[in-house]
Design a protein around this ligand. Structure first.
Ligand SMILES: O=C(O)c1ccc[n+]([C@@H]2O[C@H](COP(=O)([O-])O)[C@@H](O)[C@H]2O)c1
Ligand SMILES: Cc1cc2nc[nH]c2cc1C
Length: 347
C-alpha cells in the first residue's frame, strides 16, 4: 500500500498571521470566517502573503453494483450520460467552474460504460466497470482499492506540476449515497438510520428499503478491518480515487476543497489513513443530504455555505471558491491601521 508523507502544518507563523489580520482596517475579528480561512491558508503555504494558483476541480465518476437493490431514484446510465454532459460543458459544475476561472477535469474512475477513445477533457482511469453489489460481497478487491489510490495520486501529481495549489473534489455516480452512508456509519460510529437519506430523491418507502439494505450489508463489517478494507467493502471506484487524490494533494501541500456528502465520506477514509489531511482541507458546504450534517458534526468542522444544495459534482466546492479568494485577497490587499492612518481600538 502506498504510504503518504503528510506533514501536519507548521503553526509557527500563526502568531504573525494573526497579527497581520488584526492590523487590518477593521474592528478586531470583523471578517469572521474569512479570517480563519486566511490563517489556515497562510499556515498551509507558510507565508504572510499566500496566493491561489491554477485552481482545479476534479469530478471522479463511477458506478455502483448496489443499484441492483433499487436504492436510487435514477437509472445507472445517468452516470455515463452525465460524464458526457460534463465533457460537453453542460452541467452545473461546468457553469460554476467557468464562472470562477477553475479548470475542470473529469475522471472515469469506474463507470459502467465504454467511452470512445480520445474524448477531450476525460481522464481515462477506469479500475472496473462499476463495483459489485456490496450486499453480496465486497464492492471491490483490496487490490482495486489500492490501484484507485495509487493511480489518482499520479493524476494529482501531474496537476500540481502545472502550478495548481488549490484543488476541489467532486463525484458523479448513481447509487453512491448508499456507499457513502455505509462508510459514514462505520467511520463515524453513527446508526445507519441517521446516515441514510434521499440521495437523488427517493420516496419514503424507498428510503426505508435503502436503510434496510445498508443495515444488512454492514453485517459484513469486521471490526478488525483497516480503512482500506472498509473502503473496498463498501466504497466505490470514484470514492476510492478521491481518497488517493486527497492524500496526495495534502502531501504536496495543496489546499483541498471538500464538497458534499459523498466527497466527505471519501475524506473520512483519507483522514482515517492520515489524520494530517485535515490541516489542508476546507469544508465548503453543508449538503441537504440528511447524513451530511451529522457527518460534519462528527468531524467537528463547520462548512462555509449552507445553500440547500445536494447535487455533488463538486458544485459546493466551486461555489465556495470565491469566498476562499476573498480570504486571500483581504490578507494581501487591505491596508493596515498604520498604512492608512486609521486609529486603532481604544485601549
Ligand atoms: O454531494 C452531495 O451531497 C449529494 C447528495 C445527494 C446526491 N448526490 C449526487 O447524486 C448521485 C447519488 O445519488 P443516489 O440517490 O443515486 O445515491 C451522485 O451522482 C451524487 O453526485 C450528491
Ligand atoms: C441528472 C443528475 C445529475 C447529477 N449530478 C450529480 N449527480 C447527479 C444525479 C442526477 C440524476
Amino acid at each position: 500500500m502506498k504510504k503518504f508523507k503528510i506533514k501536519p502544518v507548521n503553526t509557527s507563523l500563526e502568531q504573525s498571521l494573526k497579527r497581520k489580520i488584526d492590523q487590518k482596517t477593521k474592528p478586531l475579528g470583523a471578517l469572521g470566517r474569512l479570517e480563519e480561512l486566511a490563517l489556515q491558508i497562510g499556515t498551509i503555504q507558510q507565508t504572510l502573503t499566500p496566493s491561489l494558483s491554477n485552481p482545479h476541480i476534479l469530478v471522479f465518476a463511477g458506478d455502483h453494483g448496489i443499484v441492483e437493490e433499487g436504492v436510487s431514484a435514477y437509472p445507472q446510465e445517468v452516470t455515463w450520460q452525465m460524464v458526457m454532459n460534463f465533457i460537453q460543458g453542460g452541467a452545473a459544475i461546468n457553469v460554476f467552474c467557468k464562472q470562477h476561472g477553475i479548470t475542470l477535469n473529469v475522471v472515469d474512475a469506474g463507470v459502467n460504460y465504454d467511452f470512445p477513445e480520445g474524448l477531450e477533457g476525460l481522464v481515462y482511469n477506469k479500475v472496473g466497470k462499476g463495483t459489485r453489489n456490496f450486499l453480496k460481497g465486497q464492492a471491490m478487491t483490496i487490490e482495486q482499492a489500492q490501484r484507485c489510490i495509487e493511480s489518482s495520486s499520479e493524476i494529482i501529481k501531474s496537476i500540481h506540476a502545472k502550478g495548481c495549489n488549490i484543488i476541489g473534489f467532486g463525484e458523479m455516480g448513481i447509487g453512491n449515497t448508499t456507499s457513502a452512508s455505509a462508510l459514514m456509519s462505520l467511520f463515524c460510529d453513527i446508526p445507519v438510520a441517521q446516515c441514510v437519506g434521499l440521495g437523488t430523491g427517493l420516496n419514503e418507502s424507498a428510503l426505508q428499503h435503502k436503510t434496510a439494505v445498508v443495515t444488512e450489508a454492514l453485517k459484513q463489517y469486521n471490526k478488525h478491518d483497516t480503512p482500506i478494507a472498509m473502503l473496498a467493502t463498501f466504497g466505490g471506484f470514484e470514492i476510492a480515487q478521491i481518497v488517493g487524490a486527497m492524500l496526495q494533494a495534502a502531501e504536496l501541500g495543496m489546499i483541498i476543497l471538500v464538497d458534499g456528502f459523498i466527497t466527505t465520506s471519501a475524506y473520512l477514509v483519507a483522514q482515517a489513513i492520515e489524520p494530517a489531511v485535515r490541516d489542508y482541507s476546507i469544508f465548503c458546504h453543508q449538503s441537504q443530504e440528511k447524513g451530511h450534517t451529522l457527518m460534519l458534526q462528527a468531524l467537528d468542522v463547520k462548512p462555509l455555505l449552507d445553500l440547500n444544495m445536494r447535487l455533488g459534482e463538486g458544485t459546493g466546492a466551486a461555489v465556495a471558491y470565491p469566498i476562499v479568494q476573498s480570504a486571500v485577497a483581504f490578507l494581501n490587499q487591505m491596508a493596515s491601521f498604520e498604512s492608512a492612518s486609521v486609529s486603532g481600538k481604544k485601549a
